[in-house]
Write a protein that binds this ligand. Structure first.
Ligand SMILES: [Fe+2]
Length: 521
């Protein structure tokens, strides 16, 4: 979308948002409409289809309600290219979703809903480029972790003003936990209970979606969401389907009701989005297929990795998703320049004491691969799945798959590092980069590292990072052309309602060269 498109969209109510970002003043919140009081949203889907979402206000929603929708090539709706009606069903908590087809590739569309003679606000949707078509640019905001009580959504207000194709949302759209909602709360409003039922989870989404800044971000850009743990509960794994099947089913149903995604198959959410010949986006599910991690980790501390973490076959992705990812990366490598992996948890190792040295390995050949002490919170991330991480990164090396980046959520802090197939082999090649960006509002970023080392920046990480900021909220911006990718980190303090994110770092990659240039701002 061009800048004019952003500002014209703003004229429907978001212009104050754009000016607010420019002047660092608190903008007037967007006025929610009465019927569509929880906003609207669109989702990226294919090169001819878009997903539209909204919800009819609860006080109007006695039963199933018919809602009209229309899609136009302009935000004044002078050229409507598709329209119809859909049902906001009581059985779906009066959410409504439409898959609109027959659209042209690689362009923005504008959409709105109507019920009881009232229009929703106007939003922007977008189709993907046609498969294999030449494409000159792609741009995404990537974000995660938006605890409602922990902070304000000034970062979303900022995202709404950005000239990006879409938002990659990497997990923790809601927080299920009463404890998390009470600790460090900057504002009230979320339920002071822990969600365990379908109705509880729906109530969380209804609260979060009242926020005007979140609504503005959804209006401005299509989203591609994946979940992490807090859409169900902290650090969960596949055993949830045995231990708490009803809770998991309720949490998943609410997610599908409230996210602008069209179901793929069952509860599958991992998916890929080809971006012409320029890029290929892979969005991962790091939860529903994963093996459990050790349950003896204290909240703060560091533990040695063991043969439990390094076991062959131990999986974060599950066998099917892993095969899909490896095959997809190989195919994408032949067809496009950049591979962007939307990754819910950090893949860079958080090892603070390296015990896999040549000397120690000579004394003990049975030493676990990548032996050492890792910060405890790392065991829920890829550090708890050593074999699968090395397999994935080795696949990039063996296949000559270049220009791969992981964009990552979960850690409520900013990190950047290069990745190799074996981080204990100094000769191992760089094969990818990870960009982990801060939380939209959730606090406690890098809490483990901050407590242990007086600031994550001071940690004795082995291997080291190119950039760490462990004390801010914010998000990331990724922009790519056939020759270059830049990633920017924008940081704020979400306990302030008005503090707008500012750039703290910019990273540049030239196509074909995995060595990142780091610019601290
Ligand atoms: Fe989070």
């Amino acid at each position: 979308m061009d800048r004019r498109g952003v500002l014209r969209l703003g004229a429907g109510g978001g212009l104050a948002v754009a000016l607010g970002a420019a002047t660092s003043c608190a903008p007037e919140p967007v006025a929610p409409t009465r019927v569509f009081s929880q906003g609207i949203a669109s989702g990226l889907h294919s090169h001819t289809e878009v997903v539209l979402w909204s919800r009819v206000a609860p006080e109007l929603a006695g039963g199933d309600l018919s809602v009209a929708w229309e899609v136009a090539t302009d935000d004044s709706f002078s050229s409507v290219v598709a329209h119809g009606t859909a049902v906001a069903a009581a059985g779906a908590d009066h959410t409504v979703k439409v898959l609109v087809g027959g659209l042209d590739p690689n362009r923005s569309y504008w959409y709105r809903f109507r019920h009881s003679a009232e229009d929703s606000r106007t939003g922007r949707a977008r189709t993907l480029p046609a498969p294999g078509s030449p494409v000159g640019s792609m741009s995404f905001a990537f974000a995660s972790c938006q605890s409602y009580n922990a902070g304000y959504y000034a970062a979303w207000r900022d995202v709404a003003t950005r000239d990006v194709d879409a938002v990659l949302f990497l997990g923790d759209y809601i927080y299920e936990s009463a404890l998390i909602n009470l600790l460090g709360a900057a504002r009230s409003g979320d339920l002071v209970n822990t969600a365990t039922t379908l109705e509880d989870y729906r109530a969380k989404y209804r609260i979060y979606k009242t926020d005007a800044d979140l609504q503005a971000a959804h209006e401005a850009h299509p989203f591609v969401p994946i979940w992490d743990d807090h859409e169900v509960f902290n650090d969960y794994n596949r055993e949830v389907f045995v231990d708490e099947p009803l809770r998991a089913a309720g949490a998943y149903q609410a997610w599908f009701e409230y996210q602008p995604v069209w179901p793929i198959s069952g509860t599958r959410i991992h998916r890929d989005l080809p971006w012409g010949d320029l890029g290929h986006v892979f969005m991962l599910d790091g939860r529903q297929y994963r093996d459990p991690h050790r349950s003896d980790a204290l909240p703060v501390g560091a533990m040695p990795i063991t043969s439990y973490e390094t076991a062959v076959g131990r999986t974060l992705l599950g066998d099917q998703q892993r095969d899909w990812l490896l095959d997809g990366l190989t195919a994408a490598s032949a067809a496009s320049t950049w591979k962007v992996i939307g990754n819910p948890v950090m893949i860079s190792p958080l090892r603070v004491l390296d015990l896999d040295t040549p000397e120690l390995r000579a004394q003990d050949p049975d030493l676990p691969k990548h032996a050492g002490f890792y910060t405890n919170s790392a065991f829920d991330s890829w550090d708890g799945f050593v074999w699968e991480r090395d397999l994935l990164l080795s696949h990039l090396a063996a296949g000559g798959i270049e220009n791969t980046v992981f964009v990552t959520g979960d850690y409520h802090s900013f990190w950047q590092s290069g990745l190799t197939p074996d981080f204990d082999d100094e000769a191992a090649p760089l094969v990818a980069n990870e960009f982990a960006a801060g939380a939209i509002s959730s606090g406690g970023g890098a809490i483990n590292e901050n407590v242990l080392f007086g600031g994550a920046e001071n940690g004795p990480y082995q291997p080291g990072f190119n950039f760490i900021n462990g004390s801010h909220n914010g998000y990331g911006l990724l922009e790519a052309t056939p020759t270059e990718m830049t990633v920017s980190y924008l940081a704020n303090n979400a306990t302030s309602a008005t503090m707008v994110p500012r750039p703290i770092a910019r990273f540049t990659l030239e196509a074909g060269d995995p060595q990142v240039a780091v610019e601290r701002l």
